[in-house]
Design a protein around this ligand. Sequence first.
Ligand code: ADP
Ligand code: MG
Length: 481
Amino acid sequence: MTDIEVPLAPPLSAASVAGRSFNEMPLSPRLLATLQQLDYLTMTSIQAASLPIALAGHDLIAQAKTGSGKTAAFALAVLTNLNPRRFAVQAMVLCPTRELADQVTQEIRRLARGEDNIKIMTLCGGTTLRPQRASLEHGAHIVVGTPGRIMDHLERGSLNLEALNTLVLDEADRMLDMGFYDDIAFVARQCPAGRQTLLFSATYPEGIERLARQFLRNPQEVKLLEQHDGSKIRQRFYEVKHEGRLPAVAILLKHYRPVSTLAFCNTKQQCRDLLDVLHAQGFHALTLNGDLEQRERDQVLIQFANRSCSVLVATDVAARGLDIARLEAVINVDVTPDPEIHIHRIGRTGRADEDGWALSLCSPADKRRVGAIAQMMGSEPEWHGLGSLQSGNDSPLVPPMVTLQILGGRKEKIRSGDVLGALTGDAGGERKFTREQVGKITVTDQSTYVAVERSSAREAVRKLSAGKVKGKTVKVRALED
Ligand code: ADP
Ligand code: MG
């Protein structure tokens, strides 16, 4: 068992495995040349740790955070095992969503560009089956898809897995969250027993072990826990009675006054309750949950990322894949029972060179959980009392920016420069805005969102409405509740 544990606290670092050259791996000269062209000069930690295992033909469980280069880690093994002259499906990658499947397909295509004609197909729902069936009849070497759609093809007999030598379960934790266990099991049972199985995951919830026990053979394990410079994340625990947690979140926010805070709840109901408490106290807070339509979800994320919403309340599932550059604080409304999830949560703050607060509320009954976290992080928990905070600054916390929504987006060929121009130019009466007063501009299909300094939001709405964007009059409103 290769168990590379990178604890949160320094000094052991992923650097012991990262930074090595791909040339050390038994890869074909053509693949090595492609890697060079792509500017993949050295391996990431997860690649250095998992490639030797995967290339040696072992089953593998690899855990590393999002963005660590897991796709290439399995794609290089898949391409190495492939025989381009054999027109049959030799590798299959299961992904949780269509977007992720598309990304994986793209990355494999990039890596395969120096190889002989290798055909890679994406098989996801949302499109009709028939064209996919026709394409499959012409033969594909690699299929990438969602468990449900692959199952459909297997049931209809349009996908033959007899020649399969590699099965990849990508983002396995997320597939389990989405309830794909039975579909994955169905698909795995249709694969030849002698295949190699590679499982990749950002976290390691219980279900993964069950999946591995059932479908992997003597898997070797590689774990790269997120590595943080412990000094950047200042972690504090507050003991609070169970029923006092939600008001305590407001006390923490007023005391620490972070511009952006991600508050984690264990359930959706708790998210709703916390949102009610925060709104009642005048906080600008939003929540993410599975019931939102894509457009609504985008709006929430845009407002949070451009600093016009102070608090985003979410469950672990809803916060998946969220990548926010500047997050001053993470608040755990409950300590989670799983220390790895805790570490994953707090790792979202203190990025780049900025400090971050990781504040956790803990009921007396859950203090044991903090013990497990401290052990895993190799540090003593710092306990503080809420009482000491109450005398602090009691004025409401107000986000620095406001988001304006312009009706019209990519479909109308609006670009961010058009909006910036409309605000900083002469048109529309009002005074000209400086670049510094304008924040992030996000263009979506139907709408464009621009963050402006709170104090000049009204003026900005007037200026944009009176002037023109891309030569047209536009409807503008501020997204404030
Ligand atoms: P993960 O699946 O772990 O979330 P990805 O496989 O999507 O991460 O990789 C994240 C990004 O890193 C991608 O843009 C990919 O092209 C890039 N990448 C992967 N490996 C390397 C490498 N060795 N050198 C440079 N960039 C890399
Ligand atoms: Mg990935």
